[in-house]
Design a protein around this ligand. Structure first.
Ligand SMILES: [Zn+2]
Ligand SMILES: [Zn+2]
Length: 282
């Protein structure tokens, strides 16, 4: 009888432990955090506020381990929104894997339609998993916890995939963050003419196209006047990113920049009043 009671107690304990783990919510984030993950010569940025989790882009396929590790380290099991700025492999390489292994709420994509196998499989995976796939359009606003994400531009008429990148602004309290994907001069010019100056003035800018000289044109930098700039590029990459000319333009507007190739994952935190670069990852 005693043995049965003891067995019952053990089973009850096991159930409680399983329930605790099963029901565990992702870690709550105080403030709004942006982590530009170290994914070599590709792009994957994690945004979090409260329990809300967004990923902008999904890195190149060979960086699968880096992305899985980053999500596991942060106990992230669900992704409210996976936003793919444009269909290049260095941005969508792990999107299918994420859709198949995580609970993804919504998939947001660029209006640029690419007839590319990797990308087709991403869209198929979303369909198979019942994940809503939404084609981005300028002016849409989404909530990311207490932060507001506004799609500033998703240019249907762009000739190149990079210039069709979904461009978004995230506002949290008095602070704002701008993400331009791989938009180059044509994309940035379209942005400048489509959006009012007040929307472009941001504290943080993720440098377009991995720090290429063809992005972050002077006019855009003067409109954004970022305090912080994050550059996602691979160590000793074949393209010579970030280009010296771009770094000079950043210096000219007084922006402080950090690079994933030199410092690894870059973390920025907003308390609603100001943005700070955090050496310590959350
Ligand atoms: Zn890219
Ligand atoms: Zn690209």
């Amino acid at each position: 009888m005693k043995a049965i009671r003891r067995l019952g107690a053990v089973i009850l304990m096991l159930c409680l432990v399983l329930c605790l783990f099963g029901c565990q919510r992702d870690k709550t984030v105080t403030g709004f955090s942006v982590e530009v993950l170290d994914v070599g010569q590709s792009d994957c940025t994690l945004l979090r506020q409260g329990n809300a989790v967004w990923l902008i882009d999904a890195g190149t396929a060979t960086e699968r381990g880096a992305i899985l590790g980053a999500l596991a380290d942060r106990a992230i099991k669900h992704i409210d929104c996976l936003l793919l700025t444009h269909p290049h492999e260095d941005h969508v390489g792990n999107a299918r894997m994420l859709l198949e292994n995580y609970e993804v709420g919504t998939l947001i994509v660029s209006p640029f339609s690419a007839d590319d196998l990797t990308y087709r499989l991403v869209l198929e995976a979303a369909q198979q998993r019942g994940v809503t796939c939404h084609v981005a359009s300028g002016g849409e606003v989404y909530s990311l916890g207490d932060a507001a994400v506004e799609i500033l531009l998703a240019d249907e008429s762009a000739k190149e995939p990079n210039d069709a990148s979904v461009i978004l602004r995230v506002a949290y309290g008095k602070t704002a963050f701008l993400f331009t994907g791989d938009a180059e001069l044509d994309g940035e010019t379209a942005l400048l003419s489509a959006v009012g100056a007040e929307k472009l003035d941001c504290d943080f800018l993720k440098a377009g196209h991995h720090g290429s000289d063809t992005s972050c044109c002077e006019a855009l930098l003067q409109a954004v006047t970022p305090t912080h700039v994050a550059i996602s590029c691979g160590a000793d990459n074949d393209y010579g990113f970030p280009h010296e000319a771009l770094l000079s333009r950043l210096d000219a507007v007084g922006a402080t920049y950090h690079r994933t190739d030199e410092e690894g994952t870059l973390c920025y935190i907003s308390d609603g009043e100001a943005v700070r670069f955090a050496d310590e990852k959350t």
